[in-house]
Design a protein around this ligand. Structure first.
Ligand SMILES: Nc1nc2c(c(=O)[nH]1)N[C@H]1C(S)=C(S)[C@@H](COP(=O)(O)OP(=O)(O)OC[C@H]3O[C@@H](n4cnc5c(=O)[nH]c(N)nc54)[C@H](O)[C@@H]3O)O[C@H]1N2
Ligand SMILES: Nc1nc2c(c(=O)[nH]1)N[C@H]1C(S)=C(S)[C@@H](COP(=O)(O)OP(=O)(O)OC[C@H]3O[C@@H](n4cnc5c(=O)[nH]c(N)nc54)[C@H](O)[C@@H]3O)O[C@H]1N2
Ligand SMILES: [Mo]
Length: 718
């Protein structure tokens, strides 16, 4: 006989145990990865989590981070009440205050800055978390500030820019219908397991896969061809592939003749890029480049799987990705089934095959009527092509100099200065602010800098809307009450709207009414979605139309552009060229041979680890225990032997701008001559070794993945 105690120990839901299974989503990673999550709840406490089987992304599975959800939720470092700073910035001395006092103070300080310095002197910043963004953007704009900015100044937007410069619209790989997937720098087996499951399915059905990655990863292990370039040399490899495709007459002549601009100039440039030349620049054997080019071009349908970050985390990133996306154009694989499809996002960057009014919601006042955004002068292509936000990479400089106008107050939602290059400089620049408010789940080093800290709740404690690829939407409901006095960031934003933009009629109607307004064209409503806790298929999903470029591409010329008419306008600036010209990363053996003599390793930072995501779960023992050696630098065993280090030995990792102490982690994943280091460690912050202006002049993205460094063994006892 099974006793109730045994059922309880086994966490079996039902009336005997009082355990209820409630539907939620895990948004520790975000977006495109928001796994459906079943929370087992007893007496208001989450006692177990599992992946939801009906969720189209994770199909019942969770990763190491999601499996640690209970540690995340119930961690001792959670911020419990609103706080006001009582000691020096960064000291961590705070006093608890009430929500009303905290929100009133934020409202007053922001309105004071607006009165004295203009609304543009107030910055609204979003860290990685996405669910509150439409509301934060509207708050900034309704307040009158053009300065909404986010972590997207280092993530994905530059990839989208490269696509927009070539095609006019971004193009997502149609993985499920392709014959050949060219994964250019992504490792979904670590960074997005739902996509990895899809790749496995497609490989079993015969899809070919080429992977371009300097490391050996679970993705490269499954590939038919693995090209292993030195970091940041991707453009050279892509141009050489184009060389082969053109010289061997494997390109789509009709598509190129009818729908593209600048092919002759591009062909002339590409002609100089032989595979042998690319081999000398990238280290990839010329024959492998030929094999990859032929496999891609001969496939009936082929597409490029890009990534949000690694290719564009280089000073030449946008140009490299342009060269890569041109392979899609060259082979006529743009906006066709099985190629790279141009589908508009439904909500929060995800295309769910339904239409919303998100963008309209975010722009109650046209930004064109406001002063220029932060970074507008330094990164004009970003402003024109990238995204409706400021380039936060310029924020520290503007804080330091007050030019072109002063920035006085900042509202940072989930903000982490350690994610930025020259992180220490960023921290010091924050000290220039008259006022900083931070919302976070945990007490972080950035929160410690704030005047007012607000406790945010996690995804299991709130309601949020998410779109999913196959035409699906989830409106999650809280499975437990927000812990302590924490609240959803969205609720904070609606309360701040009462103080910052009291005349905004839509804000005044509240969160659910705004969601209904945004969802109106989709045919879905908040009430309807609440009836489907695990999510629902979008009614009447839109059937995407292929070959939209045939009616005129969304580029200025109306053609797909080998020669960019946008970049032509800025071609007098260093590093900007309308052709996808290859230049080596600024600090690299080719880019700066003198520095490379002193600093012989290529420094690649942030390539994802399966159990960490930036700084977010570093403090959980369940995730930390999966990588006992940390913070560690990955290096090739041959290099480790030469330097006389073994796993766990102490080393110094130095660039010309600073030095940190790390553990050695020899691994065959890494190319000889390359050092890989994960970011976000307070005691060994690799971002403190980068300069703030080590950026791609087109996007403003930092060169996180190619700098030069030196590795040295720390003598015993030091
Ligand atoms: N060296 C190096 N640096 C990098 C990268 C790299 O590859 N190398 N990658 C870059 C990229 S691609 C990205 S996307 C950025 C990420 O940069 P960030 O977005 O700054 O990353 P996190 O450290 O995760 O900081 C997010 C903060 O939000 C908090 N948070 C989490 N959920 C919530 C919530 O619901 N509400 C609130 N209010 N706060 C929340 C977390 O506790 C954390 O403190 O890092 C960039 N930095
Ligand atoms: N577990 C986990 N998942 C994550 C994240 C996380 O921190 N942890 N972060 C999320 C975020 S914000 C992002 S942006 C995505 C990123 O997701 P991915 O794109 O998969 O991220 P990475 O692991 O940085 O890069 C993928 C591969 O690119 C390779 N790479 C590095 N430099 C270069 C280069 O110069 N050229 C080429 N061709 N390849 C290069 C790396 O070796 C790595 O194996 O992941 C998301 N998912
Ligand atoms: Mo990212």
């Amino acid at each position: 006989m099974v006793t109730p105690e045994a059922l309880l120990r086994a966490k079996v839901p039902g009336p005997e145990t009082g355990i209820e299974v409630k539907k939620s989503i895990c948004t520790i990673c975000d977006p495109l990865t928001q796994c459906g999550l079943d929370a087992y709840v007893k007496d208001g406490v989450v006692i177990k989590v599992e992946g939801s089987s009906e969720n189209p992304f994770n199909r019942g599975r969770l990763c190491a981070k999601g499996a640690a959800t209970r540690q995340y939720l119930y961690h001792a470092d959670r911020i419990k009440t609103p706080l006001r700073r009582t000691g020096p910035r960064g000291s961590g001395a705070f006093e608890p205050i009430s929500w009303d006092v905290a929100l009133d103070e934020i409202g007053r300080r922001a309105n004071d800055a607006k009165r004295d310095f203009g609304p543009e002197s107030v910055v609204f910043y979003a860290g990685y978390t996405k669910y509150f963004r439409p509301y934060l953007i509207r708050l900034a704009h309704a307040f009158g500030s053009p300065n909404y900015c986010s972590e997207s100044s280092t993530c994905n937007m530059a990839t989208a820019m490269a696509q927009k410069l070539v095609f006019g619209l971004p193009g997502a790989p149609d993985l499920m219908n392709t014959d050949c997937l060219l994964v250019w720098s992504s490792n979904p087996y670590y960074s997005g397991h739902g996509r990895a499951q899809m790749i496995d399915k497609k490989l079993a059905a015969g899809m070919k896969m080429i992977v371009v990655d300097p490391r050996r990863t679970p993705t490269t292990a499954r590939s038919h061809i693995h090209l292993q370039p030195r970091p940041g040399t991707d453009g050279a490899v892509a141009l050489a592939m184009a060389h082969v495709i053109i010289e061997e007459n494997l390109y789509d002549r009709e598509f190129v003749a009818t729908h593209t601009r600048g092919f002759d100039e591009y062909r002339d440039y590409v002609r100089t890029f032989t595979p042998e030349k690319a081999e000398s620049l990238s280290g990839v054997p010329a024959e492998r480049i030929r094999d990859a080019a032929r496999l891609f071009a001969h496939a009936k349908r082929a597409c490029v799987q890009p990534s949000a970050s690694p290719v564009v985390h280089h000073t030449n990133g946008v140009q490299n990705y342009r060269a890569i996306f041109m392979l899609v154009a060259l082979t006529g694989n743009y906006d066709v089934v099985g190629g790279n499809l141009a589908e508009p996002p439904s909500y929060l960057y995800v295309s769910g095959k339904f239409v919303t009014r998100e963008e309209e919601f975010e722009n109650p006042v046209p930004v064109s009527s406001m002063p220029p955004r932060i970074g507008a002068e330094k990164y004009p292509v970003w402003m024109q092509v990238a995204s409706p936000e400021a380039q936060a990479m310029f924020l520290p400089e503007q804080l330091r100099t007050g030019q072109p106008y002063p920035v006085k107050a900042m509202l940072g939602f989930g903000m982490n200065y350690r994610m930025w290059p020259d992180s220490e400089g960023f921290r010091q620049a924050l000290e220039k602010l008259d006022f900083l408010a931070v919302t976070d789940i945990f007490m972080t080093d950035t929160a410690r800098m704030a005047d007012i800290v607000l406790p945010a709740c996690a995804s299991l404690e709130r309601m949020e809307l998410r779109a999913y690829g196959p035409g699906y939407a989830v409106l999650s409901q809280p499975v437990v009450e927000p812990l302590y006095e924490s609240r959803s960031d969205v609720d904070m934003i609606f309360d701040l709207a009462k103080r910052l933009c009291p005349d905004d009629g839509l804000f005044a109607r509240g969160y659910e009414a705004c969601l209904d307004w945004i969802l109106e064209p989709s045919g879905m409503t908040v009430a309807g979605l609440k009836n489907h806790p695990g999510g629902m298929a979008a009614p009447n999903p839109i059937r995407p139309k292929e070959r939209k470029y045939a009616d005129g591409a969304k580029t200025p010329s109306g053609k797909i552009e080998f020669v960019s008419s946008v970049l032509e306008q800025f071609a007098d600036r260093p590093g900007i060229d309308p052709l996808p010209i290859y230049t080596p990363p600024r600090y690299s053996p080719e880019g700066d041979p003198a520095m490379a003599k002193e600093y012989p390793f290529i420094l690649n930072t942030g390539s994802r680890l399966p159990m960490f995501i930036h700084s977010r779960v570093n403090h959980l023992s369940w995730t930390r225990n999966l990588r006992p050696t940390h913070p560690a630098v990955d290096l090739n065993p041959a290099d480790a032997e030469r330097l006389g280090v073994r796993e766990g030995d102490d080393m110094t990792l130095s660039t010309p701008f600073g030095s940190i102490r790390v553990k050695a982690n020899p691994t065959h994943m890494v190319l000889p001559g390359v050092a890989h280091m994960y970011h976000g460690w307070a005691g060994a912050d690799v971002n403190s070794l980068f300069q703030g202006d080590y950026t791609d002049p087109i996007s403003g993205f930092p060169g996180y993945k190619s700098a030069l460094c030196r590795l040295e063994k720390v003598a015993e006892g030091r």
